[in-house]
Ligand binder design. Structure first.
Ligand code: HSE
Length: 427
């Protein structure tokens, strides 16, 4: 039986979840995988955290050089998060020829090219299933399950914190601030929630997933990003009346590898769309392949055991495969030349504005839409207040830039008080 020694760098939520799985399933992996996996070393300044879970004192270290040079360590699991010192630690492990398994989406999406180059030099393994969508096996699905397909689109709810907040806003009719506070108190949102609520976390993951799905480098800076901080309970309620649910979507589209569209933003999806049923902190990714058709993966995108599950699956994969697969595309910092990133994307739009109830206002609004070749699918006038009349319209599919220009012109009309919201309608 093959013995496999693991080092865990960082003993926070994911590190301790990984440790528990490896400890509790040791016999199971001996029996089912024919490998004996042991945690040989834990890098953690707060020794007590590791001691509390039963790690032997002699295996706890605060010295990365000592951990990496330990001859019993074959696989280094990095679950520290953030760019530094994680980047330096991972590079040191790869330089010494050790396989690395990481959950670090920020490090991976910003430095993947550098990590892969280092891994290739020593023929070390580099695995990152846990970097995207926690316990949902999306990376292996893209690399090993759907490789027969040209993947044409990928739409995901890939951030649990924002899905939890939007779900509660929808169910309770509450506003963003009060739900965020509650989510922080319950541990669903971080004290500093920016990475989640501003869409950065989803953008990191989309950059990685789109690169794998479309077989070309999709750098982080090509991902259009909007978070959920401006989402209003009012729009969620109006959307509900119209048959839509609000989600923070990560969308990737691929037109033959030549033209790529990647964006993260709140969007309405029809209530009968499979993603509409993904609630609370759950995640899902909906893919379309040219041979397989539609595929959807659903599960927990965060948490000690779900993310630990992805880490341990990489550890087992690395321990049971002697060949190493790297990216299927030229993995450099920048996108390959010749790949165009679409910014003037196409969507349907929900637009809410407040107008005075005067003759001719709607005719002027309609005139502006006509000028930009935007076709209106639905128009609803709410309320009775002649000075502040909410008007909602939904367009047929049109261009992003046309909508931005039209909205600017509508906002400047004499009897329009304000343009309150512009929300894309997808799916
Ligand atoms: N904070 C993330 C989420 C999990 O809320 O989904 C880690 O990426």
């Amino acid at each position: 039986m093959k013995s496999v020694g693991v080092a865990i760098l960082g003993f926070g939520v994911v590190g301790s979840g990984t440790y528990k799985i490896l400890r509790d399933h040791r016999e199971f992996y001996r029996r089912t995988q024919n490998i004996d996996v042991t945690v040989e070393s834990v890098l953690e300044i707060n020794r007590q955290k590791a001691l509390d879970l039963g790690v032997e004192e002699s295996r706890i270290s605060d010295n990365i050089a000592e951990v990496i040079s330990n001859p019993n360590v074959d696989i280094v699991v990095e679950v520290i998060g953030g760019v530094e010192p994680a980047r330096s630690f991972v590079l040191a492990a790869l330089h010494s020829g050790k396989t690395v398994v990481t959950s670090n989406k920020e490090l991976f999406c910003k430095h993947w090219h550098e990590l892969e180059a280092a891994a290739r030099r020593t023929n070390a393994g580099l695995y990152f299933e846990a970097s995207c969508v926690g316990g949902v096996p999306i990376i292996r699905t893209l690399i090993d399950g759907l490789q027969a397909n040209v993947v044409t689109s990928l739409t995901g709810i890939i951030n649990g914190t924002t899905n939890y907040i939007l779900t509660r806003m929808t169910r309770e009719g509450s506003d963003y601030r009060s739900v965020l506070k509650d989510a922080q108190a319950l541990g669903y949102a971080e004290a500093n929630p920016a990475a989640d609520v501003e869409g950065y976390d989803a953008a990191y993951k989309l950059s990685i997933l789109a690169s794998l799905a479309f077989h070309t480098k999709v750098p982080l800076e090509t991902v259009y990003r909007e978070g959920i901080t401006e989402v209003s309970g009012q729009d969620i309620a109006y959307g509900d009346e119209l048959g839509y649910v609000m989600k923070l979507l990560a969308i990737g589209k691929n037109d033959g590898g030549k033209s790529i569209e990647v964006r993260v933003h709140p969007a309405f999806v029809r209530k009968d769309h499979p993603l509409a049923a993904v609630s609370d902190s759950f995640n899902a990714v909906y893919l379309q392949g040219d041979s397989v058709g539609d595929v959807m993966l659903y599960g927990r995108g965060a948490g000690a055991l779900p993310t630990g599950s992805a880490i341990v699956s990489d550890v087992i994969y690395a321990a049971t495969h002697s060949d190493v697969k790297y990216a299927t595309f030229k993995n450099e910092e920048k996108a390959e030349s010749g790949v165009k990133f679409v910014t003037n994307f196409r969507s349907r739009y929900y637009i809410r504005f407040t107008a005075k109830d005067r003759a001719g206002v709607l005719a002027k609004v309609a005139g502006i839409f006509a000028k930009y070749n935007i076709s209106i699918a639905e128009l609803i006038q709410k309320g009775e207040d002649a000075e502040n009349l909410p008007i909602i319209l939904i367009t047929h599919e049109t261009n992003e830039f046309s909508v931005r220009s039209a909205v600017e012109k509508i906002g400047a009309l004499e009897n329009v008080v304000s343009v309150d919201s512009v929300i894309r309608v997808e799916g």
